[in-house]
Design a protein around this ligand. Structure first.
Ligand SMILES: C[S@@+](CC[C@H](N)C(=O)[O-])C[C@H]1O[C@@H](n2cnc3c(N)ncnc32)[C@H](O)[C@@H]1O
Length: 371
């Protein structure tokens, strides 16, 4: 299905007038995925498939003489709102389209267990604070429009490390995310954005990029979608609180966030280093730690099992809850197996990622949609 409405036709005419080149692509629309890029001609691997010149890109402005943004997001949202208010904005057709986007609801996500719920509550608070800051900086600005601008920035901004540019990039920003993308982008010294195919793409197939290797929970709260199947998204952020005093006074102060990967192993075990340093030389220290992790994961599992059993109508929440129960269940089983094993290898080796998991979860390259 093609996106309709006159604002869309105006936008496509504007893209052409700006010199945006994307001859082998078209934009389609589908329920649950929104608009997305599709190959309208066969594309070869390494083929340049889109060029957006620098002058067509809406880059961050860190405030005017009267406004110094406290966060990069506000700088770019402020710029978007300024363009939205201008009578003759050079970006009018693009800005009009961007401001049509409906911010997703943090309230429902805030009811989810664990790190996902707390991230949604944090984001909601931050969104309120950012809306207030923008409204203070732009007297007369409608808070609802400020919230739309912030949502746009949250879900569509790209950050180029080499060019040090944060920007909204017309047409390119209709590329959806995939765990197995077929395109990648770079911003060169001329600050134009170029999109290259990384694999051959047949006519009618979607062209996707990778936003980032983040967990499904973070994808949901930041972008409003989750992915099924295997991939870097199949992992769970898990908060581990301090050990209770009666177990060991050594560990009372430790609170860390772990990332549990698909098969139940841990990514970035370095987060546990302060704990490991504290238990070093402590008899039974590793066993205490394993029992504590087991207790925490079991507590969180109960909450996610209740969520997966169905109070949520939202299909995304079902996918997330089911995945989380499986991932945390594997982690629990690994801990139980280690605790039962009389010939204990060091706990961190037992929980370390497999070679396969390392391949799946290797960090994304330098160009990414910012979180
Ligand atoms: C940069 S925009 C991509 C274009 C967007 N689909 C649109 O209609 O404008 C990012 C947003 O697209 C949607 N999106 C991106 N990848 C997706 C995916 N794999 N599945 C579902 N929705 C996705 C999410 O709503 C996300 O916040």
């Amino acid at each position: 299905m093609q996106p309709d409405a006159s604002s869309w036709t105006d936008f496509l005419d504007w893209c052409e007038a700006q010199g945006i080149e994307a001859g082998s692509l078209q934009v389609c629309k589908e329920d649950g995925r929104g608009r997305f890029l599709q190959a309208s001609a066969k594309v070869e691997a390494d083929q340049l498939i889109m060029v957006v010149p620098a002058h067509a890109i809406l880059a961050e402005g860190m405030g005017t003489a009267t406004y110094q943004a406290s966060h990069w997001m506000l700088g770019i949202a402020h710029r978007l709102l300024e363009e939205d208010c201008l009578e003759n904005s050079a970006f009018a057709p693009y800005v009009r389209l961007l401001m049509e986007g409906e911010p997703h609801e943090f309230d429902a996500m805030a009811a989810l267990p664990g790190c996902v719920g707390s991230l949604a509550r944090e984001r909601k608070k931050l969104r309120c604070a950012h809306v207030s800051e923008l409204v203070r900086a732009m007297p007369g600005c409608d808070p609802e429009r400020a919230a739309r601008a912030l949502h746009t920035v949250d879900t569509r901004t790209v950050y180029s490390h080499p060019a040090r540019v944060r920007a909204l990039v017309p047409l390119f920003d209709f590329a959806n995310h995939s765990a197995n993308p077929n395109a990648r982008w770079i911003m060169g010294p001329d600050r134009a954005l170029r999109l290259y195919a990384t694999k051959p793409v047949d006519i009618g197939c979607e062209v996707t990029i990778s936003y980032d290797n983040i967990s499904n929970g973070r994808l949901l709260v930041t972008y409003g979608f989750v992915l099924e199947g295997d991939g870097p998204h199949r992992c769970v952020d898990l908060n581990v609180g301090p050990l209770p005093e009666q177990e060991t006074p050594l560990l009372q102060t430790c609170a860390v966030q772990l990332q549990v990967l698909g098969g139940g192993c841990l990514r970035r075990r370095a987060a546990l280093l302060p704990v490991l340093n504290m238990i070093r030389g402590h008899q039974e220290g590793e066993v205490l730690l394993a029992m504590h992790l087991l207790q925490q994961v079991q507590d969180e599992l109960l909450e996610w099992e209740a969520a997966a059993a169905g109070p949520f109508q939202d299909g995304r929440f079902q996918v997330l809850s089911t995945m989380t129960v499986q991932v945390l269940g594997s982690f629990r089983d690994k801990l139980k197996a280690w605790l039962k094993d009389p010939e204990k290898v060091p706990l961190m080796s037992a929980l370390g990622p497999t070679t396969e998991a390392l391949g799946l979860h290797s960090d994304s390259d330098s160009s990414e949609v910012t979180d």
